[in-house]
Design a protein around this ligand. Sequence first.
Ligand code: B1H
Length: 754
Amino acid sequence: MQRIYYLSLEFYMGRTLQNTMVNLALQNACDEATYQLGLDMEELQEIEEDAGLGNGGLGRLAACFLDSMATLGLAAYGYGIRYEFGIFNQKICGGWQLEEADDWLRYGNPWEKARPEYMIPVHFYGRIQHDHDGVKWVDTQVVLALPYDTPVPGYRNNTVNTMRLWSARAPNEFNLKDFNVGGYIQAVLDRNLAENISRVLYPNDNFFEGKELRLKQEYFVVAATLQDIIRRFKSSKFGSRDPVRTSFDAFPDKVAIQLNDTHPSLTIPELMRVLVDIEKLDWDKVRPCMGGNGCRDFLRQARKINPQHSKSLYQGVGQRFSCIKVYAKFPGDLDRMRRMSMVEEGSVKRINMAHLCIVGSHAVNGVARIHSEILKATVFKDFYEFEPHKFQNKTNGITPRRWLVLCNPGLAEIIAERIGEDYISDLDQLKKLLAFVEDEGFIRDIAKVKQENKLKFSAYLEKEYKVKINPNSLFDIQVKRIHEYKRQLLNCLHIITFYNRIKKEPNKHFVPRTIMIGGKAAPGYHMAKMIIKLITSIGDIVNNDPVIGDRLKVIFLENYRVSLAEKVVPAADLSEQISTAGTEASGTGNMKFMLNGALTIGTMDGANVEMAEEAGEENFFIFGMRVEDVDELDRKGYCAKDYYDHIPELKQAIDQMSSGFFSPKQPDLFKDIVNMLMYHDRFKVFADYEAYIKCQEKVSALYKNTKEWTKKVIKNIATSGKFSSDRTIAQYAREIWGVEPTRQKIPAPDDPRE
Ligand code: B1H
């Protein structure tokens, strides 16, 4: 049997209780049982902590993939780090973000099981010694990797896979010496140094952190996982032919390793090191058996952590797999060879991890069609020209179990009433709903479920945050990490413009809106933190202006995370996906909203392009520059001031920000933001301002007509089937891993309420 190993520095799992009940078909039975006991299942669910072992889309993708791999019956393992502290909890204080440590294990974790019998040593630092039978790595510091297993049940198919997360433990002989008392105490305290490796998730999204501890985390998960993979391979019938030396001939056919971005890319030199230096294989037998999801290029200095990697890199990947062949294909093109090198020359030699990934993998993929095309045309052009067969696309997806059945049971139910339940593990069947676009009953049901979800979310906001919102207003929602490229600032400019328009003509009719923005800023990302303060400040002015009333409310959703997404996504009317074209690799929040009956206002970026293609552009609010327009503007030179000078409403909004209209006590609070927007905005917010505002007017106009709006909603839901992670994983399985997914359906157990 082929085994799939999905390596990721992040698994953003969220809660597990309800997901387990959904996948095991136990939800009704448990609801009933708890009800009999006088308990409320939903209340119990709220007690569970999120497993926040991820930052955003990248980590949540890994979690959706685990669900789909189990559902498709693949023998797949997720491997990662059991961070003691996940993504921080965000507190909003006086409009500013404060970070609180996420002590998620404080009350224990009932879903995990420690497996000390599979503990594995991981070596760090040290030096290389050459002797008669090869090289030896000596004087290392050893950290033990203690695995914790969490079950990953497939959807009603009798399959349970494993997510194995490593925790760092100091060995008992750590600092073993003859001590005086003080020295002994210090030695025990110093165990923390080793155990810090799995202490905390780095809270950056889409940002390279060059810290030594982060690199140690990457090597830790890679080294422990590879040892586990090889141990399991050896104990299988394929690896145990010769008791002295294992045959690895079957390894590439029995093992598929998928890397989530470049973060676990040390897998490549480490596997070569283990096979050559420890298993004593010939270099020529070490043929690549890895798929890679290498997206962005960045540099890393790996040599210090494991000195043998530089040898593997220079001799192995560097020479054998690449330089000679590049030279043979492009004779005399020395510049190309230099551009493609994994070892960047300079005073300090750095390893280009993305180049390493491509060279060391048999397949590399982008995460949406447009993203894959951009990679081939720009950052990886040379590599594409060299080995075009390696480059693939695997458009992201989301699991319909969590992101429909679990979070939006009302919607799942009315769909099942029309087309049955099979769509839950075969999401393309949602297409059958196209037959109901004109069905008055279905239109009414869809609108009713949305209204119920909005009421429920309003009640939640009122209970938890004491904010009252108008549930009949258009719920306009942008939830995602705070980033300049995601352009929460463009949303802010729309809010301010909408506000100014009401103030200008207070007696005119406006379609009421509640604009909600949520997301965490990386703690060290100054501009992102200022953006949060701007949003909350705009809210303070707008929400307290009596002229505005409940025609416009601005809410910052505190501590956006998986469990909050499950509440807010089903309540959305409008989904904001407004990144500068060419900057959002895929997006996956966009898909969650589409599946849950929101319409999208978005740029032609990431997976939005394919979503609009599936739904039909007439059912999608597309605006703004395409990638080619952005490139053209770059050639011409983007000048924000031109837009400011020529668009009066934009000028007014910017002038209000810079004059302290939203921060009366600190008039120059937002000068950094204004200065950035005016003079060094890499994401060209002003260039899309007019198109965005016009598009928002169209949104409001359509929203007035509930029936026409709802028809478009139905068309969106019906065409969202492509964005199931089951489809994504089936493509990975067939086109990269070389396995055929199987789906065996087990009849659901008796439901006590039916
Ligand atoms: C995505 C990251 C990311 N891509 C570095 N890359 C990180 C990079 O801690 N780091 O160093 C953390 C995260 N995150 C996201 O992946 C993309 O921005 C989304 O567009 C995409 O949908 C998601 C899943 O592919």
